[in-house]
Ligand binder design. Structure first.
Ligand code: SAH
Ligand code: SF4
Length: 340
């Protein structure tokens, strides 16, 4: 919701300023999904706002629920007709995690990712990012009487290529005067934008950082994550070292497993050497994500191969977890958000 504009609207219509505070609470604390739900307002004002003021920067376009009911994908239409997607995931009992988008499309163009396929359309505004949270929170409240437990900036787009808007959205999400989610419940995932990592360490030392590594071989990473050509592993390593020194936090490393590309024992060994060159292994958590189908030439390794890679990392002493894949049947899993 655009509160600045709302303040102007109220003033222009000679309405008292306390209405703004009432609406702010109803939207950011109680997750009302429309002006008609804000019953503290007189009915005439509710209907007036409904016709004259845009409640959200996003129009609901489509909503898909996975067969198991553990993933919900929202498609939203932006004012200029572009589409973005947001996914709610039920990772643990009653604990819902929300994956938000930061750009329509993505300029990084990793070849295994559906979002990067058509390149960048445009950056999202802070309002377009927080409104994803508000819309999903309203849905969860109405359908399940539950709340969003954590939020990950891991949907469409590279967050650090839209840093200012992402920073403003994070502030709204953690600000107790607005949504007030705990900082430890927020994570940002980057493909390895070095200046962004450095700024993030200064601005948000309490918020989780995830890095989509995919490979510890610089040549292979150039191909898998084209941003690596600008910020190679040697620079990334320095930025992470400084990040760890400044924040004393653990870093999450995403590793999409692609059959016969980065799933060999020698890939695992390279990962070990690179991590050790940055910091002690206890500062990392490698999150293995078996590749989700995006209609490209890559393949997901067999379950046995995934397990073998996982066990080998453990054997090498690398803290590792295997990501459970949710929402593949609704194209809502990692890397499948295309905004079709
Ligand atoms: N641009 C940021 C955040 C969004 S991408 C980044 O790259 O980190 C979110 C995650 O989806 C990344 O960790 C990426 O590695 C993963 N991903 C992309 N395509 C995938 C695919 N086809 N299968 C599984 N994971 C994928
Ligand atoms: Fe962009 Fe991340 Fe997809 Fe790469 S994986 S194209 S950086 S959204």
């Amino acid at each position: 919701m655009d509160l600045k504009n709302l303040a102007v609207f109220l003033k222009e219509n000679s309405l008292p300023a306390f209405r703004l505070a009432q609406i702010k609470t109803a939207v950011y604390k109680n997750f009302a999904s429309g002006f008609e739900q804000i019953t503290v307002l007189p009915e005439t004002l509710r209907s007036r706002l409904k016709y004259d003021f845009r409640f959200s920067s996003l129009a609901a376009d489509k909503r898909q629920v996975s067969k198991k009911g553990d993933a919900v994908k929202f498609s939203f239409l932006l004012k200029d007709g572009l589409k973005i997607e947001t996914v709610l995931l039920n990772l643990m009992a009653e604990k819902w995690s929300l994956c938000v988008s930061t750009q329509a499309g993505c300029p990084v163009r990793c070849p295994f990712c559906a979002t990067g396929r058509k390149g960048l359309k445009r950056n999202l505004s802070p309002e377009e990012i927080t409104d994803q949270f508000l819309a999903a929170a309203a849905y969860l409240k109405n359908e399940h009487a539950q709340k969003i437990h954590s939020v990950v900036f891991m949907g469409m787009g590279e967050p650090f290529l839209n840093y200012d808007a992402v920073a403003e959205a994070i502030k709204t999400i953690i600000d107790p005067d607005f949504i007030g989610l705990g900082q430890r419940h927020v994570s940002v995932s980057t493909a390895g934008h070095v200046p962004g990592i450095r700024r993030f360490a200064r601005d948000f030392p309490q918020i989780n950082l995830a890095l989509s590594l995919q490979s510890a071989d610089n040549g292979l990473r150039d191909a898998l994550v084209p941003l690596n050509r600008k910020y190679p592993l040697s620079q990334l390593s320095k930025a992470l070292k400084d990040y760890l020194f400044a924040t004393k936090r653990r870093v999450f490393l995403e590793y999409v497993l692609l059959e016969n590309v980065n799933d060999s024992r020698s890939s695992a060994k390279k990962l070990l050497d690179w991590l050790k060159s940055v910091e002690a292994l206890k500062y990392f958590n490698v999150n293995l994500i078996p590749y989700n189908e995006t209609g490209r030439s890559f393949r997901k390794p067999t379950k046995e191969k995934v397990r073998a890679f996982h066990d080998y990392l453990l054997e090498l002493g690398i803290p590792v977890t295997l990501r459970k894949s949710l929402g593949e049947d609704i194209d809502g899993a990692c890397g499948q958000l295309a905004g079709k």
